[in-house]
Design a protein around this ligand. Structure first.
Ligand code: AHM
Ligand code: MG
Length: 343
């Protein structure tokens, strides 16, 4: 790939894409620009984390009972601040906030988009210099423009997403997004502070050699999931499957997207719906996976993006990645369910 493939900057690329929609007014372009701006501020802080006295806990827990790290809070504040001043967004749902976040300014009421956000995903890796990310999902609002948004704007199935993506703060920082016209990746060139086109029309292989799951939970998984994991291991000689698990969804997903593989967060006895949240973790990744030719299912045959959410922080079992591998794990789960509940 030529180096200056890269000279196409994120904004220019999105503007060109927008021209494919005759009546587009550039609002989504502006919104994606604002998201990328917030991510640059977070990126700067993540890069400086060890020096900037921003590592560690705030001493508080969020609505879901999880410890809030200082960087989590910083990222949440940046995204909220920038979304509220963008004029494009009427409200948002964030992993860090209990209910819908609305903004106290008339400009935002005119915003036609609603955003679901995990400002800093992979919390357990924040303090130890392991890749973390931001995940976002964008919808058209349902309430009338000019009014205060409410939960109905947030509780939309993933198939209604207008755009979704993530930023990975890794060995390089990347923004990967889709508006339903394929998946495109941009890499931050720190020397000019711009996201530059680096991965055009990303397609994930139909099958892969990586399975990603927290195997510490193995004994708590259903028999079908356990058998699938055993199958991944026993297939080793034939296909050399490797277990790879970072514990940051964005990083595990990104690696598997590029190389082919499956990421799983199955239900356990303690967490019957798994751990990951439908609105700001699973739906955006599902949109990306499908746009790249992969799949995202709940392990029971249901497409993640068709699930109608009942609450903002709803969790869902998550199986995503290469098409054939997602099909295979669901086949194992189906077969075991039939064996244990015949008839
Ligand atoms: P978080 O939003 O609190 O960071 O939790 C989500 C993260 C995902 O990034 C990751 O895939 C998963 O939790 C790891 O969970 P576990 O440590 O249970 O394997
Ligand atoms: Mg998260």
């Amino acid at each position: 790939m030529s180096k200056y493939y890269k000279t196409q900057m994120l904004n220019e690329f999105i503007l060109n894409q927008q021209n494919a929609f005759p009546y587009a007014k550039g609002d989504l372009t502006r919104l994606l620009y604002h998201l990328s701006l917030a991510s640059k501020l977070v990126n700067r802080e993540v890069n400086m984390a060890g020096l900037a006295e921003i590592l560690g806990e705030t001493g508080r827990t969020n609505i879901q009972g999880e410890d809030v790290k200082k960087l989590d809070e910083f990222a949440n504040e940046q995204f909220i601040k920038i979304m509220s001043s963008s004029g494009m967004v009427c409200g948002l749902a964030s992993e860090e906030n209990n209910g819908i976040v609305t903004f106290d300014n008339s400009l935002s009421r005119e915003g036609k988009y609603i955003v679901c956000l995990d400002p800093l995903d992979g919390s357990s890796n924040i303090d130890v210099n392991v890749s973390i990310g931001t995940i976002f999902s964008i919808y058209h609002r349902k309430t009338p423009i000019g009014s205060l948004p409410d939960e109905s704007d947030i509780l939309q199935p993933g198939i209604r997403q207008v755009a979704a993506g993530y930023i990975i703060y890794g060995s390089s920082t990347m923004l990967v997004y889709t508006t339903g016209l394929g998946v495109t990746g941009f890499t931050l060139d720190p020397s000019i502070g711009e996201f530059c086109l680096s991965h055009f029309q990303i397609q994930t292989p139909d099958s892969g050699l990586i399975y990603s799951v927290n195997e510490g939970n193995y004994n708590d998984f259903s028999p079908g999931v356990r058998k699938y994991i055993d199958y991944c291991k026993s297939n080793k000689d034939k296909k050399s499957l490797s277990g790879r698990y970072i514990g940051s969804l964005v990083s595990d997903f990104h690696r598997n997207l590029m190389k082919g593989g499956i990421y799983m967060y199955p239900p356990t006895a303690a967490q019957p719906s798994g751990k990951l949240r439908l609105l700001y973790e699973c739906n955006p990744m599902a949109f990306l996976a499908e746009q790249a030719g992969g799949k995202a299912k709940d392990g029971q045959g249901n497409r993640i993006m068709e699930i109608v959410p009942q609450e903002i922080h709803q969790r869902v079992p998550f199986f995503t990645g290469s098409r054939d591998m997602v099909d295979k794990v669901e086949e194992f789960i189906r077969r075991e369910t039939k064996t244990t509940n015949p008839g």
